[in-house]
Design a protein around this ligand. Sequence first.
Ligand SMILES: *Cc1c(COP(=O)(O)O)cnc(C)c1O
Length: 357
Amino acid sequence: MEPRDLSSHTVYQAGRGVEEVARDLGLDPDDLVKLASNENPFGPSPNAVEAIREAAGSAHSYPKASHADLTEKLADRWSVAPEQVWLGNGGDGVLDYLARATLDPGDAVLVPTPGFAYYGMSARFHHGEVAEYDLSKADDFALTAETVLSDYSGERIVHLTSPHNPTGGRFSLDAVRDIADGTDEDTLVLVDEAYGEFADGPSAVDLVGERDDVAVLRTFSKVYGLAGVRLGYGIVPEEWADAYARVNTPFAASEIACRAGLAALDDDEHAEKTVETAAWAREYIYENLDAPTWESHGNFVLAEVGDGSAVADELQRRGVIVRDCTSFGLPECVRITCGTEAETRRAVAECNEVLAE
Ligand SMILES: *Cc1c(COP(=O)(O)O)cnc(C)c1O
């Protein structure tokens, strides 16, 4: 027996974990600052922690009521019908559902480069092909309709990331509309707003009500600090929202994830503190890092440091973990997640010392 031909498939390269790095370097995990995976520096919403503790006692039951409650709460928040909310095991799980719902074998998706690796991975899992549109560094990775449409040739899904990972830029809603207008009727424009809460502009959910070819992806991993419980959702057009029932796993998000998500949505204080601190940290990094940066609307900043993997390695030896962007095709860059004030100051100070060497 052999698996099918997986030679075109790639392996997801996650930012390194604190325990892993501490073990390698013989350091105490508490002395490390991890700014490599755009996680929430304040941890999960305390409300969610409480809810997870309480939910532990009902872990024996399938998440029927909590799934419905969370779907309804999100629908309410976004003024859409509950059917339009597709819960998944992380935003990644939602990408899988959208691929399942749209791709016939051999259909292609159009993904940004540099960009989030899972778009292409998910398409390949679903027997799809992957084409790329290039964001140009010379153009400061500008996210325009032109950039996307000039590389478009009838793909079934066009992936937009706004704010974009790893550059931090964003598409205007007009650009999203122009892309949806400029692509075939059968093309879904999927706007990934994993970092949407950190940006001050309107969400593309505004467009989902207007048309049947735009969907939006959101996650609890970033602003709500729930990356470890795996919870995300899509907002899809009403016209085909019922496809969810035909493509999702029987219980798309766990009882614990749903309870945590419900509680996190009510914790405005934690979300506001997270967003405000990220805004402060972005400015701090632009102003104090001795390297060129790009304006970011997310909880991270991309910086051009020369040899990204050498700088990331040396920073790691000093106890600061940032993301080497080689796997994004930007070997001259690192991506620094916005930490707490103390973490951000330390990361910038250490990075400046490394750069001065
Ligand atoms: C973090 C992230 C996601 C979603 O991650 P999940 O943890 O699976 O919810 C999606 N898109 C981008 C661009 C991201 O950075």
